[in-house]
Ligand binder design. Structure first.
Ligand code: F6P
Length: 327
């Protein structure tokens, strides 16, 4: 593969805090290495529609601290079609772009992988999602910020839960992965944490809450991952608990998209910067069809085929810790 002279960068799928820091790092690593950098707006959809703008080191000033993505993002249905991908390839040729950096989740990497096979076009990916559900990297860009947002919200909920001796069910994001729920739950001192990787069942949940009530707890927080089976109908679960654990009045808070916004944490800014520089390093080494991730605090490359294999395994020891400290 010839070394790239002009690359494109885009953000795709659900946005995540730190995406701007990642774009900034990519753009500046390009400038540092004498590579031209083109911003592609609205993700893979913008690639199909030719929504391009040249970026230089100064185009990305004052964005390291900003949430969202200034390049905007989309979930493109058209890119799933052969015709859509062909249009995208034509646009890249027209613009003389010879490699791409895509920042997104497993859906983005799956699409990129197909594109590489069809057009033999070099692409490197960066994991950008709050869910932390990408195989082959310990952390994804945006996850740490989302955890802090959730913990801050639960701390506030705890104040009112305490004042009224209530039980709160707090639903958090994560699609099919329990990472946000488990780690934020531990950090916020939740009494119970429901995650898709572990099926607790309503009866066991009520039994456990009943025991902790008897042991002297006056209020309780249950963190429920959106993908958890018994949490799927969170209002139904609240009703079930009220009917079977009369001592508690139950309230529900769905945190929703608040978890995707906000200024990125320092951890996410540093991670995004390291991975952004890592993406250009990888392209300069002639790598393609890989995601740049972090494992044991080292920047590494993983084939897209590995990255899209499904979520990172849940750490069983975290579940054990959560059980012990919520007694
Ligand atoms: O993948 C990030 C995420 O926020 C998931 O946690 C959630 O299930 C999904 O995106 C929501 O997607 P949308 O913003 O398209 O509704």
């Amino acid at each position: 593969m010839n070394l790239p002279k002009r690359i494109g960068v885009l953000t795709s799928g659900g946005d995540a805090p730190g995406m701007n820091a990642a774009i900034r790092a990519v753009v500046r690593a390009c400038a540092y290495n004498g590579i031209e950098c083109i911003g592609i707006y609205r993700g893979l959809q913008g690639l199909i529609e030719g929504d391009f703008k040249e970026l230089n080191a100064r185009s990305v000033k004052n964005i390291i601290n900003r949430g969202g993505t200034f390049l905007k993002s989309a979930r493109s249905k058209e890119f799933r079609t052969e015709e859509g991908r062909k249009k995208a390839f034509e646009n890249l040729k027209k613009e003389n772009i010879d490699a791409l950096v895509v920042i997104g989740g497993d859906g983005t990497f799956a699409g990129a992988s197909v594109f590489i096979k069809e057009f033999n076009f070099p692409i490197v990916g960066l994991p950008g999602t709050i869910d932390n559900d990408i195989n082959g990297t310990d952390y994804t860009i945006g996850y740490d910020t989302a955890l802090n947002t959730v913990v801050e919200a639960i701390d506030k909920i705890r104040d009112t839960a305490n004042s009224h001796n209530r039980l709160f069910l707090v639903e958090v994001m994560g699609r099919d992965a329990g990472d946000i729920a488990l780690n934020a739950g531990i950090g916020a001192g939740a009494e119970e944490i429901l995650i898709p990787e572990q099926n607790m069942g309503r009866e066991r949940l009520v039994e456990s809450l009943g025991r902790s009530k008897k042991s002297g707890k006056t209020s309780s927080i249950v963190v429920v991952s959106e993908g958890d089976q018994i949490g799927k109908n969170i209002f139904g679960l609240a009703q079930y608990i009220e009917e079977n654990l009369k001592e508690y009045e139950v309230r529900v808070t769905v945190l929703g998209h608040i978890q995707r916004g906000g200024s990125p944490s320092c951890y996410d800014r540093v991670l995004a910067s390291r991975l952004g520089v890592g993406a250009i390093d990888a392209l300069l080494r002639g790598e393609t069809n890989v995601m740049i991730g972090i494992v044991h605090n080292k920047v590494i490359s993983v084939p897209f085929s590995e990255a899209i294999k499904g979520s990172n395994e849940i750490d069983e020891d975290l579940i054990r810790v959560a059980d012990i400290i919520s007694i």
